[in-house]
Ligand binder design. Structure first.
Ligand code: NAI
Length: 253
């Protein structure tokens, strides 16, 4: 019989896309996984897949930008699944527009999900990590943090997450908690499919134009990001903290 303690991981925005693939990956790595997204029922298929592969997971509905919802969700996860010591802040939205057309609602919505959400989730989860003297936080940034036309809100939020990451790394390091960010380039998900649609081009045209700029000559897949998350949350990455890893098929400038 194994005496290894099962660690609990929370992945936000995990009903689909990068979050769903990351949740499945962390379950394969041996974590019990809380699959968190806006709609609890939308998380159930990811939970079912994890369970049928022999893993442990629960579906949790929560808006990460809502303080009370976050408190309730993290307490429920600690009680029902185990005290969380891994957190992947992946939930995200786009409200792209050029500055002169960007509404205050577009600005606030993006800030609230990415920045406020990561802050609230991290603040709620760090308690369990510092108590355990071990923890891992991974924040999803983006190559857009370097600037991207039509994304003043999203670029500011994703750059903000890099400063947030480095600061938490400094504050939490002495408790055995590492905090890192992953900044993906173009990854094929519903989010990028929606961008193609908004731009009025087919997904294939959109993808091919972007791939032409990517040194490794292909688009990114959710697994490319999940592999990097798996590295950061592992025991072997305990001396890596406050870093931003670009997962973009080439260097960034
Ligand atoms: P997606 O749109 O496929 O999935 C995002 C998930 O987050 C959805 O299931 C959505 O319901 C959930 N979500 C949104 N607001 C939420 C809230 N307030 N509370 C809880 N859950 C919420 O997106 P994708 O592509 O999987 O992106 C995941 C993360 O990776 C995002 O943070 C995104 O900004 C980032 N990213 C994605 C890139 C890409 O090319 N797809 C590139 C760089 C970064």
């Amino acid at each position: 019989m194994s005496t290894a303690i099962t660690r609990t991981a929370i992945v936000t925005g995990a009903a689909r896309g990068i979050g769903a693939t990351t949740a499945r990956r962390l379950a394969m790595d041996g974590f019990a996984v809380a699959v968190v997204d806006l709609d609890e029922s939308a998380c159930q298929s990811v939970v079912d897949e994890i369970e049928s592969a022999g893993g442990q997971a629960i579906a949790v509905g929560a808006d990460v930008s809502d303080e009370q919802a976050v408190t309730t969700a993290v307490e429920r996860i600690a009680t029902e699944l185990g005290r969380p010591t891994v957190l992947v802040n992946n939930a995200g939205i786009l409200r792209d527009n050029l500055l002169f057309k960007m509404t205050v609602a577009d600005w606030d919505a993006v800030m609230n999900v990415h920045l406020r959400g990561s802050f609230l989730m991290s603040r709620a989860a760090q308690k369990y990590m510092t108590e355990a003297k071990w923890g891992r936080i991974v924040n999803l940034s983006s190559t857009s943090a370097l600037g991207n036309r039509g994304q003043a809100n999203y670029a500011a939020a994703k750059a903000g997450l890099q400063g947030f990451t480095k600061t938490l790394a400094i504050e939490l390091g002495k408790f055995g908690v590492t905090v890192n960010a992953i900044a993906p380039g173009f990854i094929e998900t519903d989010m990028t499919a929606a961008t193609a649609e908004r731009m009025g081009v087919s997904f294939e045209e959109f993808r091919d134009a972007l791939v032409a700029q990517i040194p490794v000559g292909r688009s990114g897949k959710p697994e490319d990001v999940a592999n990097a998350v798996s590295f950061f949350v592992g025991d072997g990455a305990g001396f890596v903290s406050g870093q931003v890893l670009y997962v973009a098929g080439g260097p960034t400038n």
